[in-house]
Design a protein around this ligand. Structure first.
Ligand SMILES: CC(C)(COP(=O)(O)OP(=O)(O)OC[C@H]1O[C@@H](n2cnc3c(N)ncnc32)[C@H](O)[C@@H]1OP(=O)(O)O)[C@@H](O)C(=O)NCCC(=O)NCCS
Length: 176
């Protein structure tokens, strides 16, 4: 469990599929994401999958429910990718009813701190469509560097989309 000034990040529990489904079933939320709006079954399966990952050793997926006053309002996580498990890809989503209040930046900063200082990751990166201004802004506010823009490198929802790549190294975290 990770705590911030306003939030608690905790492991998923089975019933979180309801809160997840309530907003990740929205087309505006998944607009730039590589998956379709979640059905109830998909939301259930997602949460069950994350709970399986939570029991792994070593753990390859860290995905936390972001909670505000005990209610799940979003999630932030990362998947460790390389053979050494010291490079990870970051993600985050929030219920639009709670967007624009700095919650995701606050939650992802706590996850970055955990990732670099406790898990001892070397590099964390995140990707977003260049039109996903809120996502790019979150990564900039986290102090991540925009190090690449790929042009039309991924087919999402019927069109070729581009990708911004943001990254941060452990030494950049320590020096921020
Ligand atoms: C991206 C997302 C997680 C941001 O969550 P959030 O809690 O609103 O983020 P924060 O409040 O911490 O910061 C958002 C920043 O983006 C800015 N922003 C939001 N919409 C914007 C827009 N259309 N254009 C420019 N900036 C925008 C906000 O002003 C804020 O920056 P500021 O603090 O400098 O004013 C949320 O919009 C979301 O869930 N989107 C759908 C899922 C998604 O795309 N996830 C990212 C996957 S790559």
């Amino acid at each position: 469990m990770l705590t911030t000034a306003r939030l608690v990040l905790r492991e998923f529990v089975e019933d979180d599929w309801r809160a997840l489904h309530a907003y990740e079933s929205r087309a505006d939320v998944t607009r730039y994401l590589p998956f379709e709006p979640r059905s109830e079954d998909d939301a259930r399966q997602y949460v069950q999958g994350i709970m399986v990952h939570a029991g792994e050793t070593p753990r390859t997926v860290l995905d936390f429910a972001i909670t505000l006053d005990g209610t799940m309002i979003g999630r932030t996580g990362m998947r460790r990718k390389d053979d050494e498990l010291r490079v990870a890809m970051l993600w985050f989503t929030i219920d639009p009813r709670h967007g624009g209040k700095g919650y995701v930046t606050e939650a992802a900063a706590a996850l970055l701190r955990y990732a670099f200082e406790e898990v001892k990751l070397h590099r964390v990166y995140g990707e977003c469509d260049p039109r996903n201004h809120a996502s790019a802004r979150v990564m900039e506010k986290l102090g991540m560097r925009r190090e690449a823009e790929h042009i039309e490198d991924i087919w999402i929802k019927g069109e070729w989309c581009g990708t911004y790549v943001y990254a941060m190294l452990a030494r950049e975290w320590a020096a921020r």
